[in-house]
Design a protein around this ligand. Structure first.
Ligand code: MN
Length: 736
């Protein structure tokens, strides 16, 4: 670059900087401006030798990010300064975090620290690293939510300036944006930014689709404008008569959401009917907001017939993101359904700016606006649980993000918002972890319901608790929220640990009878003998009796005479090849499970490598065809894993005899007082058996009962039946 060019560039930098101050949503004081100025000076110096891939001076990037923070998101001076500094510590070793703290104080330093930590997270992604990154990123929420907001702004600017990048990198960054940043922006209430991120994401992941829709929107723009004009003309006179200060706008649907609709409903662009909405934004003081919204509603529906099932009142119950508005769908001119969104200016600002507008309006309002804080608290709690698998966590978290909300009431009439599909168990955990853990049953609108009962908006839910109740594995089928599921999972893990500790003692005793000491050597031998993975597995299995006395005796025998066991093996397995033969593997490993939690999911075997039971495999989440199973050495494995790390699921074949199953025990006997309590005592005393249901009946002195239990192994059912048989008065016990 020659002097003239450098001169020109410096002028451009200065111009951008001035613009930054001018466009700030919040009014900046002299002190604010001073802070921003010194942050700018440091950033200019730190990045002076750096250029972006496109060739432009690096400093344009932090200025642009700060501009998004100041203008689009409307954040304070501290955030603007932190945004200017967001890459300084990472990119220039001459500036340390201590320097930042000295120069700008603790808050700015903390935010920059958070941002630097996120940037230094592993960039090369193996299985689930991306999910883990996301989780770590969310953890910084604990420090300051502004870290995430600046990170989102950073990503938005990077997405806008990706042209010079390698195409494979573009796809990777774009898919990460769709996977993580857009949902996050949505949850924080930054709807405009979320839309921008989604559209840019689509532009790089599916360029043809994007361009096609983009062109079609442009072509139909004129017609749309005319349509909106027609509607405004009809409404205008009535609104003016009522002296309402308002503005009517057309709001086009984003490219991404049109695409989403086309795929979901299998329709063409032309067939997507609600490509735009009409927005009526009115001015008024806060006391009259709601009243005026319904007045406008009444005017709109005087002219256009409303669709009764498409009315959304987000004013009486705002979304948990803080969104407020009244939405109706009406039959507009030319017989087309069109959505009308009615919002006050304040509501509109909150919808567009989210976080910042919230805090601007927070004074003078109570409770309602704490939803974001509430959300961060909940998120924090779920994140701090070290036992949750990162991939599961992210998936569940995302599900919660996008699911529609329902509103239910506590017995005292307090309102709670839950994701659609939530059950009484989710409700219990949302009240308090202790309530969740002790849930025994639930009443919805005064009637007893199963814990799996899906709640509906308006339900009043009463949780029945008992000190003896505790989570069991079935609860994972009933709970849908990340919060409840992670609590249940860690409680179940705790129980496994307890059983293992008991199992170890039982094993020590039993081995003693066989004249073997329990020590590292014998534990290793046992783990190998039973083909287990860890000593914990071993103890657990002894604890729940899937490894019984006879099996331990076999082990003892194998130990005392290796030669005999060798011969036995030869007789049992006449196969000529040494090692384990394929037949045995395919019949033994007969069930495919996913993730660390070994969950059962629907899947298909892929045609490219045709995996069979026993192969080492992984799952790949396809867009239209569910989970496909590939061999780890499939020719496609590498490209799938590197390009779509976030769609990879851990998978493995297991021995299904080790899985839980349900058994029904039928008992009959002579009806006498106390028999029922005697039976329940035996069952509940058997800690490794989960009771699913109990049914007792008496008929003219005869007693009959049906017990459904969930157990890990046959032996446990047999044991339980033997104990019940011994109860006085019981005549017959058998399995159904
Ligand atoms: Mn950056």
């Amino acid at each position: 670059m020659n002097d003239v060019e450098i001169e020109k560039e410096n002028a451009a930098i200065a111009k951008q900087y001035k613009k930054l101050l001018r466009v700030s949503y919040l009014t900046l004081s002299a002190k604010d401006k001073k802070l921003i100025r010194s942050a700018f000076d440091v950033a200019v110096d730190a990045h002076k030798d750096q250029r972006r891939k496109s060739g432009e001076a690096y400093i344009f990037h932090p200025i642009a990010v700060a501009k998004i923070i100041a203008q689009e998101i409307g954040m304070d001076a501290t955030s603007i300064a932190a945004a200017l500094l967001h890459d300084v510590v990472e990119d220039n070793p001459n500036y340390t975090l201590d320097d930042i703290q000295q120069l700008f104080g603790e808050t700015v330093a903390r935010i920059v620290d958070g941002l630097t930590k996120i940037s230094s997270l592993k960039k090369d992604m193996d299985v689930s690293t991306q999910a883990e990154n996301f989780r770590k990123m969310l953890l910084t929420l604990h420090d300051d939510v502004r870290v995430i907001i600046i990170k989102i702004a950073d990503r938005l600017h990077n997405m806008k300036t990706m042209e010079a990048m390698r195409p494979d990198k573009q796809v990777k960054i774009a898919s990460e944006t769709l996977y993580i940043y857009a949902p996050l922006a949505h949850r924080i209430g930054l709807y405009n930014i979320k839309t921008e991120l989604e559209d840019l994401g689509l532009k790089y992941t599916e360029p043809e689709v994007y361009n096609d829709i983009f062109t079609k929107i442009k072509e139909s723009k004129e017609e749309q404008d005319a349509y909106i004009k027609e509607i405004s003309k009809i409404l205008k006179s009535s609104l003016n008569k009522e002296d309402i200060d308002y503005e009517i706008k057309g709001r086009p649907k984003s490219i991404y959401s049109i695409r989403h609709k086309m795929v979901k409903q299998g329709v063409t662009f032309e067939e997507v009917y609600d490509k735009f909405a009409v927005r009526i934004i009115y001015k008024c003081d806060i006391e009259n907001e709601k009243f005026l919204a319904w007045k406008i509603y009444s005017i709109v529906t005087d002219h256009f017939r409303p669709n009764p099932i498409r009315l959304r009142d987000w004013i009486s119950s705002p979304k948990s993101t803080g969104y407020e508005a009244l939405h109706i769908t009406v039959m507009g001119p030319k017989g087309r359904w069109v959505e009308v969104q009615i919002r006050s200016e304040r509501m509109n600002e909150i919808a567009e700016k989210g976080y910042a507008a919230h805090y601007k309006y927070k004074e003078g309002k109570t409770k309602k606006d704490d939803t974001l804080d509430d959300w961060i608290d909940k998120l924090q709690e779920a994140l701090e649980n070290p036992d949750t698998n990162a991939v599961d966590f992210v998936e569940e978290f995302k599900l919660n993000l996008y699911s529609k909300e329902i509103f239910v009431f506590t017995p005292k009439g307090d309102l709670k918002s839950l994701p659609k599909g939530a059950t009484p168990l989710d409700f219990a955990f949302s009240i308090h972890t202790e309530v969740g853990m002790r849930t025994r049953g639930a009443k919805v609108n005064g009637k007893l319901v199963p814990l799996s009962h899906p709640l509906e908006s308006g339900d009043q839910v009463d949780i029945l608790t008992s000190d003896n109740a505790k989570p069991n594995a079935n609860w994972l089928d009933y709970a849908t929220t990340a919060r409840a599921r992670s609590k249940i999972k860690s409680s179940l893990k705790e129980e496994t640990k307890e059983i293992s500790i008991q199992g170890k003692e039982i094993l020590r005793r039993k081995l003693k009878q066989l004249k073997i000491t329990l020590n590292e050597k014998s534990i290793n031998e046992l783990v190998n003998f039973f083909k287990l993975k860890t000593s914990l597995d071993l103890f657990y299995r002894v604890g729940i009796s899937t490894i019984d006395n006879k099996m331990l005796k076999d082990y003892a025998a194998s130990r005392s005479n290796i030669f005999i066991s060798f011969i036995k093996n030869r007789i049992r397995k006449p196969s000529s090849s040494p090692g384990i033969d394929k037949e045995e593997i395919t019949s033994k490993y007969d069930m495919l499970v996913f993730g660390k939690e070994e969950e059962h999911l629907d899947y298909k075997l892929s045609n490219c490598c045709n995996p069979i039971p026993g192969d080492s495999v992984f799952g790949f989440v396809t867009i239209n065809d569910g989970i496909k199973i590939h061999k780890k050495n499939c020719p496609n494995a590498l490209s799938l894993q590197s390009n779509y790390a976030y769609r990879i699921l851990l998978a493995k074949w297991i021995d299904s005899t080790q899985q839980e199953f349900t058994a029904i025990i039928q008992i009959t006997g002579i009806d006498n007082l106390g028999l029922v309590s005697e039976v329940t005592k035996v069952i509940s005393g058997n800690m490794h058996v989960n009771i699913k249901s109990l049914n007792f009946e008496t008929d003219h002195g005869l007693f009959s009962g049906k017990i459904t239990v969930v157990v890990k192994h046959n032996n446990l059912v047999k044991k339980l039946m033997n104990r019940i048989k011994k109860i006085n008065g019981i005549e017959k016990v058998h399995r159904v």
